[in-house]
Design a protein around this ligand. Structure first.
Ligand SMILES: Cc1ncc(COP(=O)(O)O)c(C=O)c1O
Length: 425
């Protein structure tokens, strides 16, 4: 289907066909959901041994009785596991609670109130605070910066990560820019992996940015490959080379390794950043949930068991991603209606319609029983100026449901495109 070159009569013929298909789908009473990137129940089942693996033995490998208070940093072996995910030394890792998003929120809250590291000017005392937001990106990141009233500046994503030419100019020119959100491996939602050049240039930003500028490096999908493990260049190693270790704070978690609601989160940062963070964290808690840390260590004691565990997730996720991509390929490969990403891992496929149609497609699909992530969610403030990006999340529904949801989606994309073209004809 090539809308751009189609005659009016061809558009009318397609319209008649698609309106009938849509009416047919709409009356089927479907209830399908491709919205949030949650693991499915069978993925969660892979970690069910967490339920019983302590068996009354509460001693961690280092001898700690995990039932008691203390250990603000986390158990040494858990720090080592986090270090292997973040690819940085254990002494630079802090083990948090069940959510890396909480650690990100706290990082910003502490920076806002008291400053970053051990002595930076609190962001709240700055005349203006701005953040760079690669787009499309993760809605919950943008929600945090929005909640603090931080001005968000969208930066376009490329296949190699955010556009570094744009970022380098902005960061050097405007010291009101205090940070940037990054998902460096299998970015949410495009699925790209930042190239070695992008990582190296990111690591250099600290040399030209404001002193209290921080890269929030959310490596949520560090080990979430669909096939072979794909390496990500270590930003911390590059920062050590350029002397910019304080400019980056890393995060990851086991939310999509074990239990999404009861996993373990990690933060990796320079000694100065970590000490500043711990000073505040130590006021709020006497220590994290080390019982959960030990349960995790019994299930996944090291990196090699982690990767074996992730291979089981991959086996469950591969056919679901294939179902989405096959449907898109079959419907749109020979068309001018859409473009989309084919990620090697992570949780999402990013889809772009013709401009001005994403909201309409999401509306049509929702009304026919196929709920999609709201259009615009992948942009700061929910504002996708071109109104074309839709995030598809195949992990949670069954494969059969994905196939039906994608059939609905395809009809909605075609119908919205044909209606738009006819209105302009
Ligand atoms: C990029 C990214 N970061 C963080 C999270 C949430 O992580 P956590 O469960 O550790 O808070 C998600 C969840 O979808 C995500 O996509």
């Amino acid at each position: 289907m090539h809308i751009h070159t189609a005659s009016k009569s061809q558009l009318e013929a397609w319209s008649t066909e698609l309106e009938a298909d849509y009416a047919d789908i709409s009356q089927r009473g479907l209830k399908l959901d491709l919205t949030r990137g949650k693991p499915s129940a069978i993925q969660l089942d892979l970690a069910n041994a967490l339920d019983s693996d302590l068996g009354g033995d509460y001693r961690a490998p280092d001898g700690t009785d995990v039932r008691n208070y203390g250990g603000l940093d986390g158990l040494p072996d858990m720090k080592a596991l986090g270090a292997s995910m973040l690819e940085m030394p254990s002494e630079n890792v802090l083990v948090g609670g069940n959510s890396s998003l909480t650690l990100m929120y706290q990082t910003i809250a502490f920076a806002w109130q008291l400053g970053v590291g051990e002595s930076g000017t609190p962001w709240s005392q700055e005349p203006a605070v701005k953040f760079l937001c690669p787009v499309p990106g993760y809605d919950r990141h943008f929600a945090i910066t929005q909640a603090f009233g931080i001005e968000m500046i969208p930066v376009p994503m490329t296949d190699d990560g955010p556009d570094m030419d744009v970022i380098e100019c902005l960061v050097a020119d405007d010291h009101a820019i205090k940070g940037i959100w990054c998902v460096p491996k299998y970015a949410n939602p495009t699925g790209c992996i930042y190239s070695a050049d992008t990582v190296s240039r990111m690591a250099k930003l600290g040399a030209v940015a404001a002193d209290n500028f921080r890269i929030l490096w959310d490596n949520a999908y560090a080990v979430h490959d669909l096939d072979e493990f794909q390496p990500l260049t270590s930003i911390f190693t590059h920062c050590e080379r350029y002397g910019t270790q304080d400019s980056v704070i890393q995060f990851t978690s086991t939310s999509k390794v074990t239990f999404a609601g009861a996993g373990v989160a990690f933060m990796g940062a320079s000694a100065a950043n970590l000490n500043g963070f711990k000073q505040q964290l130590g006021l709020a808690t006497i220590g994290p949930d080390k019982v959960n840390q030990l349960r995790h260590l019994r299930l996944i004691p090291d990196r090699s068991s982690l990767l074996q565990h992730m291979a089981q997730h991959a086996a469950l996720l591969r056919p679901k991603f294939a179902a989405v991509l096959d449907a898109l390929e079959a419907a749109f490969a020979d068309s001018d209606l859409a473009e989309w990403t084919s990620p090697q891992g992570g949780y999402f496929v990013s889809f772009n319609s013709r401009p001005g149609l994403a909201r309409e497609i999401v509306r049509l699909s929702g009304e026919a029983g196929g709920v999609l992530t709201p259009a615009g969610a992948t942009y700061p403030g929910g504002l996708d100026e071109k109104d074309r990006n839709i995030r598809l999340a195949p992990s949670f529904p069954t494969q059969a449901d994905i196939e039906v949801a994608m059939a609905v989606f395809v009809v909605c994309v075609k119908l919205a495109s044909v209606r738009q073209a006819l209105a302009a004809a």
